[in-house]
Write a protein of this length. Structure first.
Length: 267
């Protein structure tokens, strides 16, 4: 509980659900959309507890959380958890009942989006092609480059399945989040065990941005679109490079579809 006269009722609790990945998949959209729900309270910033700040301890982590009532679920998101080797064990040690949400999108477009974001901050980095291949004529892809490695979803998922059953992991399609946000968010609400409150009436399609926005945000009655950094125009990539990357990811994608029992149709 809180002290008498405290501004906000409720208690700071450890999250019952975490959006663990993936970077440039649509995690910010999922967080902004789900926090419209009255039964959800979400931490707005990425705490990076299970990758960078684990040494600070669970009480530090709890102190960052928003106050919730007994009926509400606390949610946080840090997309780098999905590719952090220690994260599954650490989250399991906090609570084996934690619900995990993973937002995935076509790994080729994800990599280009990732590169585009980095380029906007560091304009002098090598070309996308230069970073993608160890040897382009041999078609050898450099899997040590983070932008490539993140999209090897089947590989990362193995670490999570050592600790959590598939029934505790929900996969959101980054593509469908754009074309059918209400449908994807309906499934997220079902997974969290909360009423389907967020529906079609919450969204409108913003043509300039190229993705859906909320008609009303959690804190005000004004429309809410994701920030300037979202919906950037991607760097133009040689179609041959895209083809080579599609070939590279295909076996990983197929294994991923088979493992999760869901075809994301990235081919």
């Amino acid at each position: 509980g809180s002290a008498p006269g405290a501004a906000r009722p409720g208690t700071k609790r450890l999250p019952r659900a975490i959006v663990v990945g993936v970077k440039k998949g649509g995690t910010r959209a999922v967080l902004e959309f789900i926090r419209v729900h009255p039964d959800v309270r979400a931490l707005g910033t990425e705490p990076h507890f299970f990758d960078r700040n684990y040494h600070r301890g669970l009480e530090w982590y709890r102190s960052l959380m928003p106050r919730t009532l007994d009926s509400q679920i606390t949610v946080e998101k840090t997309p780098s958890y999905f590719v952090t080797k220690e994260a599954p064990r650490r989250i399991f040690n906090m609570s084996r009942d934690t619900k995990l949400i993973v937002v995935v999108r076509n790994p080729v477009t994800r990599a280009i989006s990732d590169y585009t974001q980095t380029l906007s901050k560091k304009p002098d980095i090598p070309t996308f092609e230069g970073l993608t291949f160890r040897n382009r004529s041999l078609g050898l892809v450099d899997t040590s480059w983070n932008a490539i490695r993140i999209g090897m979803y089947a590989v990362h998922l193995e670490s999570w399945l050592q600790y959590f059953p598939l029934s505790q992991i929900h996969f959101v399609s980054g593509e469908k989040l754009i074309t059918d946000p209400a449908g994807e968010m309906g499934k997220v609400q079902d997974f969290l065990g909360i009423k389907r409150v967020i529906t079609d009436k919450h969204f409108y399609f913003n043509k300039t941005k190229g993705f859906p926005c909320l008609k009303k945000s959690e804190s005000s009655g004004l429309p809410r679109c994701l920030g300037k950094s979202k919906g950037r125009t991607h760097v133009q990539i040689d179609p041959e490079v895209i083809e080579q990357l599609r070939d590279f990811y295909r076996p990983y994608n197929i294994k991923f579809y088979e493992t999760v029992g869901q075809d994301f149709r990235w081919e």
